[in-house]
Write a protein that binds this ligand. Structure first.
Ligand code: BTN
Length: 264
């Protein structure tokens, strides 16, 4: 089914990403839309006010009430293959972090492995990078980003109790377009940087924005739960956990922070 959409001409100045955004009132998933079609121009951006089947990491669903959050995806074609896939995940998280700086004081924002963005310890943004392959070759990459902007605290109940929105954190409503523009400009700048292969600086940025390095964490890989110290990220983006005197590397898992009791 072809859903109605309009193109929004935003004022942002970008090099790789398109300044013209494809905007749907409602769609199943912006990631799915970009992956289903054969091809799109490199840097295509799709935004939706509502998703009926929003996809989250590890087969979860991503839900949000209509027009209160940012739900968007970016299409990158095979030209981007020079950039390792794991780095694109980190790129998206770093870019959202930097894109939120005009709105939220830096001391309140944090990155959590692999690509969650937290404000005051609660998740406000999730990122899902998906690829389309044929003959064992990646043809295209879609970076899907969901940012909780104006939802009120009523929304964050039950299984969403560890999540929050910019509104809940700051106590005022935000213009979704302003937040989107800031994040897109930041993604564009970081993509340019990555294309010029400044990889080490880039991972250093990620480490800088993650206050949990060296801290006690809990890692759930779907089979077991491990407790230990978050040592570092490996060369290909894995989480290095020191547990029972050994180092273990994870490539897909959920991480939670263990609150340390200072009175002990
Ligand atoms: C996560 O589980 O943390 C990742 C969530 C990613 C959600 C975004 S919303 C826009 C894009 N379209 C989707 O279906 N998912 C991503």
């Amino acid at each position: 089914m072809v859903l109605p959409f309009k193109k929004i001409k935003s004022k942002i100045k970008t090099t790789i990403l398109h300044s013209e955004i494809i905007h749907f009132k409602s769609i199943d998933s912006t990631n799915k839309y970009l992956l289903d079609k054969h091809s799109h121009p490199n840097g295509t951006v799709v935004l939706a006010d509502f998703q009926t089947a929003g996809r989250g990491r590890r087969q979860r669903i991503w839900q949000s009430p209509e027009a209160e959050s940012l739900l968007f995806s970016i299409f990158l074609n095979e030209n981007i293959q020079t950039i390792p896939l794991y780095l694109l995940t980190f790129l998206a998280a770093v870019s959202v972090y930097e894109g939120l700086l005009p709105f939220i004081p830096q001391k309140h924002i944090a990155l959590k492995w692999p690509n969650d963005v937290l404000i005051n310890g609660k998740k406000v943004c999730g990122i899902l990078v998906e690829t389309k392959t044929s003959a064992n070759r990646i043809n295209s990459i879609v970076i899907g980003i969901g940012i909780n902007v104006n939802q009120n605290s009523e929304f964050f109940k039950g299984e969403l109790k560890n999540a929050s929105s910019l509104f809940c954190s700051k106590g005022c409503k935000f213009s979704r377009m302003e937040v989107l523009s800031s994040v897109l400009v930041s993604i564009d700048k970081n993509l340019m940087e990555l294309q010029q292969c400044v990889y080490t600086d880039f991972l250093a940025k990620w480490r800088n924005y993650c206050p949990y390095l060296g801290k006690k964490i809990k890692v759930d890989d779907g089979k077991n739960i491990y407790k230990g110290t978050f040592k570092d990220i490996s060369q290909n983006g894995g989480l290095i956990l020191e547990t029972n005197g050994k180092e273990k590397i994870f490539h897909a898992a959920d991480v939670s922070i263990v609150k340390e009791n200072r009175n002990l």
